[in-house]
Design a protein around this ligand. Sequence first.
Ligand code: WT7
Length: 660
Amino acid sequence: MTDNDGEADLEARLVEQERFEPPAGFVEQANVADESIYEEFEENWPHAWTRAADMLDWDSEYSQVLDDSEGPFYEWFADGTLNASYNCVDRHVENGDKNRAAIQWEGEYGETRTYTYQDLYREVNEFAAALRDLGVEEDDVVTLYMPMVPELPIAMLACARIGAPHSVVFAGFSADALATRMNAADSRYLITCDGYYRRGDPLDHLQKANDGLGGVDHGVDATVVVDRLGEDGFGHDLKGNQHDWDALLAEHTGARVDPVERSAEDMLFLMYTSGTTGQPKGVKHTTGGYLAYTTWTSHAVLDLEPEDTYWCSADIGWITGHSYIVYGPLSLGTTTVMYEGTPDFPERDRLWELVEKYAVDVFYTAPTAIRAFMKWGSEFPERHDLSSLRLLGTVGEPINPRAWKWYYKHIGDEACPIVDTWWQTETGGMMVTTLPGINTMKPGSAGPPLPGIDARVVDASGEEVDAGRAGYLTVDRPWPGMLRTLYQNDERFVNEYWQEYSDPDADEWVYFPEDGAKIDEDGYITILGRVDDVINVSGHRLGTMEIESAIVGVEGVAEAAVVGGDHEVTGEAVYAYVILEDGYEGTDEMQDAIIEGVNEAIGPIAKPEKVIFTPELPKTRSGKIMRRLLEEIANGEELGDTTTLRNPEIVEDIQVKVSD
Ligand code: WT7
C-alpha cells in the first residue's frame, strides 16, 4: 500500500471541502449545544467555572472559585475538600450504577476482563488497604511503572483514595528513565508488572523495573508486582521488599478504606514530561481543579454520557490516558475501554474489530495513528460495523486536512463530528477545540479556545497578530486544570511558563505553552508545532537534550545534535547528527550502539530514524549549533541564511549524507 491509496480513498468533493457542519443527528443529543455557553463564561468569569466543580461530589464546599492573589501560583476551589477515587468510583456505586461496566479491558490476544463499578470499588479499596499496610502515607509519592493492565488505573485510584500522589512512568520508558523519575520525586514505592505482550511476544518488564531500582539513590520501601504473564513469565524471584499483587489483594479481601478528605489544592499526581533541558519536568496536578476540569471537558467536548462505551487508544502512561481514559470518563460513570496491544496485531483491523465488538460510541486517538490507518487502506475499517460511533477525537499533534478527512469518511462515515483537541501535560485537559454540538469544523485547525479559556496568538512582543499571521500561542487567564508548579521547583515553573509574556510588576501573568500558532478571522487556532527544542514523535514529547546526552554517553561519540525531521506517519522523527572521537568510525555497529544508547537512556520511542556521522556541526561564530539548518537539511528543504556560520563548507557535506 502506498500513501496515495489514502488519497484515492477520498473523492474530490471531500478533498475540496474546507468546512464541515456538526451533523444534525449529533447536535440533537449533544451535551452542550447552546452557543451561549461562550458568553456565559465571559460574563461570569471566573464564577462560571462552578459549572465544572458542580459536576463533582465535594466533602465540604469551597467558598472561593479562584484565588489569584499569588499569580502565577493560582488556586482553584481552594477551601473545598473531596476525594478523586470517591468521585470516580464510590458515587456511581451509591447512585445505583454498581453493575455498569467501568473498565472494559482487552488483552493483546483477545482475553477480556470487565470491571463493573462494584468490582472497581472492591479492588481499589483492597489495594488501598494494601498500600497502607506497606507503609504508604498521605502525600507519599507512589511510582507506577506499568503497561496497559487494569491494575494500573486501580492502583492510581487506590493512591488517590489514601491521598498518596501517583507518578506514572510510561512502561516503554527505560530503566534509567524510571530511576531518574523516582529520584526526582523522592519516591519510595514502586508498583510494576512482570511483563506484557507486544505483537505476540511477552516482554520482560520486571527486569527493566529491577534495573531501574538499581539506579534509585534513596531507599525503596516496597515494590508490588502484577503477574500479567503467568506461565510466559521470565521467572524472576521477588526480592525481600517485593510483593505479589494478587497475594496482597487476597490478604486484604473485603477491606474497606475511607476515602481521605483531600483539599482541592492537594496534589493528585505528578507527571514527568520532557523540556528543553535534560532534566524532565515534574508537572504537579491537584485534586479539585484537575478533576473538575477533566470531568467538564469529557462532558462538553467528548460528549460522554454514563451509558456510553468510550475508547481512548492512548497509553495511560501519558497525560492523555490520565485525563481521558481514567479520571474524566470514570468521574462521569462511563465505560472506558483499555487495550493492551498495538493497532496492527494480529491484523491491521484490530482497533476496528474492538470498536465493533464493544459498540464504541466515542473514539479518541492521535493523528499519527490515523496516518498509519490511511496508509494501510480503508479495507481494514470496512471489514467492520462502525455504526455505533457518534464522535471522534484527535490529540497530540497537528492533524493534516487529508488525514482528518480520511478519519471523517472512513471511520465516522461522515456522521460523526471530529474534535481536534489541543492541550498539554501541563494544561491537564483540553484547551482549544471545537465544541462538537456547536461549532463548524475546519480540518487542520483545532478550533476556538474552549469557553473560559483565553488563548491568543501573539507576536514576539505579546501583541495579538492579525488573522492568518503566524505567532505564538499564549493563555491569558488561569483555568482549573492547569499545573500548579513543577515538583519542588517553583522557580523553574515560573521560568519555563511565565517568563516571556508576563508583566510581574503589574501582576499580569500569561502562560506560554511554547507552541507556534496562527488564528483565522473566525478565531480558529491552527497549531504550528513546538517552538522550543522539543520534538513530537507520534504525539509524544521528546527533549532533544535528553536524546543528545544519551548519544554522547555512547563510547566513541564526541558530540551530537538532535532535531526533528518531518515524517509521514509519526509527524516528526529523530535525526541525530553525530561527531565521533578520533579513532572511531561511522560504521553500522556504531549506529547500532547509538540506537541502543538511546533505548537504554530513554526508550524505543526516542530511537533515531537516521544517524548522520559528520566531522563537524554547523556552528555560528559564537559557537552555537545552528539547529534550524539541521532541521532544514533533515527535511530536504531549501536552506535559509548560512552567512553567520563559522564553517559553511560543512553544510553541503552533511546534505549529501542525509540524502544517502
Ligand atoms: C504538545 C503537548 C495533550 C496530550 C498529548 C500530548 C502538541 C497536542 C495538539 C493538537 C497540534 C498538538 C503541542 C503541545 N499538541 N495536541 N491537537 N494539535 N498540536 O501532550 O506530551 O504534553 O505534548 O503536543 O505541541 O504543546 P504533551
